[in-house]
Ligand binder design. Structure first.
Ligand code: SAM
Length: 292
């Protein structure tokens, strides 16, 4: 078997051969530790019947591990300079397709239909560019793609917010947005030394498994998200206070907000961070009756 791309020496060799320098603005922190790659890939439970979608293959460190574990890999890379590098480093693998595109602008459903035909088990596995982790995850969830879930490396602080449970400091509208669609768990915390160059922040890997249906059924999803976001704008204030600012004419219609809270069985003096996703769902539906 070929030597792994993800060793400090091989990474340096590849970069020197192609005259490549890292672009910090694109969040380029390459993995140089095969052990961490094995741990990431094992979290995805891939077989040769699975396909993997990677965002940002870089010079191919994770891509080659995915190519070994899965039947097919589809990767989106924004940086044109990396295409000839990937052509070179991934030449031993015939089951990788690279699409040159900004993942935020890509038609991922179309790419899946064209490139991953016949694959029923599809996982997103990526070491994400840290400047756009949340938009990427939200895009992939909102587009309701035919994926089983996501295993991604990201900033530890964001990982903690995504996986946070009610009643904790990290719990907020991001935790709710993601746990509404997925079961999210912390998988690994990752030391800075496994990257080249090393990022300024700590990293973690999380696993998000898509739920067959969202965690709570609501009348209107957009309205539900408006309520959850609005409930955390001023974290130290009560839910009643926050909702007055978040609902249209909420200051004048305080009585309707109180009524909705009462109907949903929620004490108006509670703070948003104490409400479960189910409680938010019930509350959003009651508020929808008055403000939707
Ligand atoms: N997978 C490689 C690894 O683990 O060594 C590289 C990971 S690096 C943290 C992030 C990668 O995402 C870089 O290759 C970067 O060029 C790419 N990237 C950044 N923004 C992107 C975007 N909007 N769409 C697709 N790729 C992007």
């Amino acid at each position: 078997m070929m030597k792994d791309i993800a060793t400090p020496i091989r990474t340096q060799e590849i970069m020197a051969k192609h005259g490549l320098t890292v672009k910090k603005s694109l969040g380029q922190n390459f993995l140089i530790d095969p052990n961490i790659l094995r741990k990431i890939v094992s979290q995805a439970n891939l077989t040769k019947q699975s396909a993997a979608i990677e965002i940002g293959p870089g010079i191919g460190a994770l891509t080659e591990h995915l190519a070994r574990a899965a039947g097919k890999v589809l990767a989106f890379e924004i940086d044109q300079r990396l295409l000839p590098v990937l052509d070179d480093t991934l030449s031993p693998y015939d089951n990788v397709s690279i699409i040159h595109s900004d993942i935020l602008k890509a038609d991922v459903a179309d790419a899946i239909a064209k490139e991953l035909e016949g694959y029923e088990d599809i996982m997103v596995v990526a070491n994400l560019p840290y400047y756009v982790t949340t938009p990427i995850i939200m895009k992939l969830l909102l587009e309701k793609l035919p994926i089983r879930g996501l295993v991604v490396m990201l900033q530890k602080e964001v990982a903690e917010r995504i996986t946070a449970k009610p009643g904790t400091k990290a719990y907020g509208s991001l935790s709710i947005a993601i746990q509404y669609y997925t079961e999210a768990e912390m998988a690994l915390t990752v030391p800075k030394g496994v990257f080249m160059p090393q990022p300024n922040v700590d990293s973690a890997v999380i696993k998000m498994t898509k739920r067959p249906t969202p965690q709570v059924e609501v009348i209107d999803e957009d309205f539900f998200f408006k309520v959850t976001r609005g409930s955390f704008v001023q974290r130290r204030k009560t839910i009643f206070n926050n909702l007055q600012a978040a609902m249209p004419d909420g200051k004048e219609k305080k009585d309707l907000i109180l009524k909705a809270l009462e109907e949903a069985g929620i004490d108006p003096t509670r703070r948003g961070e104490t409400l479960s996703i189910k409680e938010f769902g019930g509350l959003a539906d009651k508020l929808y009756g008055y403000f939707g």
